[in-house]
Design a protein around this ligand. Structure first.
Ligand SMILES: Nc1ncnc2c1ncn2[C@@H]1O[C@H](COP(=O)(O)OP(=O)(O)O)[C@@H](O)[C@H]1O
Ligand SMILES: [Mg+2]
Length: 305
């Protein structure tokens, strides 16, 4: 499989006003889920021995869409990301990327985690270069790394080592490394969870800038309802499965976030969706709109289980 999205596909996606799928350019009757970068999850389940973690998960993600995944601790968010990354296999159902069933780790997806996981003895530049596809020509690789460092605002720190830079800078390098291979799908597991509140807001802005420049499909797991609503085209809320309700699937709800980007964090429509999501997570929001920039970390009974 080729490893990078062709420039013309990128340009098409970038030109699409929604930043999403150029569906109108597909031949009539074409299956949008077969498009490069589009995901289709059908009846996905994952059990570890007798413990069922995910069940009956049906979801289509458009090419270029940003999808946020929220839900109580332990409901299977990271498990879901691992399945899409091909690091784990479903016990039921299947996941297709661009019309092809995911059967293992593939260079068309990239993952970034809460910790940057950089090699401490290498410079940021060298760490980013680790993400390049195998076989990338030297000059082309150097140019791509330079471009990415610039994109994440680290061009001045290229020759520094991870311990010499802040947590936010290290996380930006980690994002650049994930982008180095030109992934069709970028999987982010609580990517900003370890950062201070202000850095976190800056990283959210940066992620959207990156997405505008390189519009890959993004699945981002977050604990933060406001982060989900600021970033995503849709928010998927997962639930903790209960033995007493074997007919229930993992998806509790899917919310469309209609506000165009860039979004105003104080947008009243987002505040209404925030209340709806918090209610769904078992955290009634009696206090209306929070001050801009404040974050909410919902807890639920399951969090304390
Ligand atoms: N490899 C594994 N073996 C056994 N249990 C696992 C494994 N991976 C995850 N789990 C269990 O699956 C549940 C969901 O985990 P996870 O996906 O990490 O939740 P989340 O990311 O939503 O907090 C947890 O109860 C966890 O202990
Ligand atoms: Mg997790």
């Amino acid at each position: 499989m080729t490893t990078t999205v062709p420039a013309d596909a990128r340009a098409r996606r970038a030109a699409s006003p929604s930043g999403g799928s150029p569906r109108d350019e597909s031949p009539i009757g074409a299956d949008p889920s077969a498009e490069r970068g589009a995901l289709r999850l059908a009846g996905v389940g994952r059990a570890f021995g007798p413990a069922e973690v995910l069940r009956g998960l049906d979801l289509e993600v458009r090419a270029g869409e940003i999808l946020a995944v929220i839900g109580p601790s332990g409901c299977g968010k990271s498990t879901l990301l691992r399945l899409v990354a091909g690091l784990d296999a479903p016990s039921a159902g299947g996941i297709r990327l661009g019309g092809t069933t995911i059967r293992g780790v593939d260079e068309s997806t990239a993952v970034a985690f809460q910790e940057p996981r950089l090699l401490p003895w290498r410079t940021l530049e060298a760490n980013v270069a680790l993400g390049l596809p195998r076989g990338t020509a030297r000059a082309e690789g150097r140019e791509r790394v330079r471009h990415l460092l610039q994109l994440v605002g680290l061009e001045h720190a290229a020759s520094q080592r991870p311990r010499e830079v802040s947590g936010g800078m290290a996380q930006r390098a980690s994002l650049a490394r994930a982008l180095a291979r030109g992934p069709e799908v970028l999987l982010l597991d609580e990517p900003f969870g370890a950062l201070d509140a202000l850095t976190r807001l800056r990283m959210q802005d940066l992620l959207l800038e990156i997405h505008a420049a390189e519009p890959t499909t993004v699945l981002v797991v977050t604990h933060d309802v406001e982060e989900a609503l600021f970033l995503a085209d849709r928010v998927v809320q997962l639930r903790t499965l209960r033995r007493a309700a074997p007919e229930e699937g993992s998806i509790a709800r899917v919310i469309d976030v209609p506000s165009p980007r860039p979004r105003d964090r104080a947008d009243a429509a987002l505040a209404a969706l925030r209340s709806e999501l918090l209610d769904g997570l078992g955290v009634p929001s009696h206090h209306g709109t929070p001050a801009p920039g404040t974050t909410t970390r919902p807890t639920t009974p399951e969090d304390h289980a």
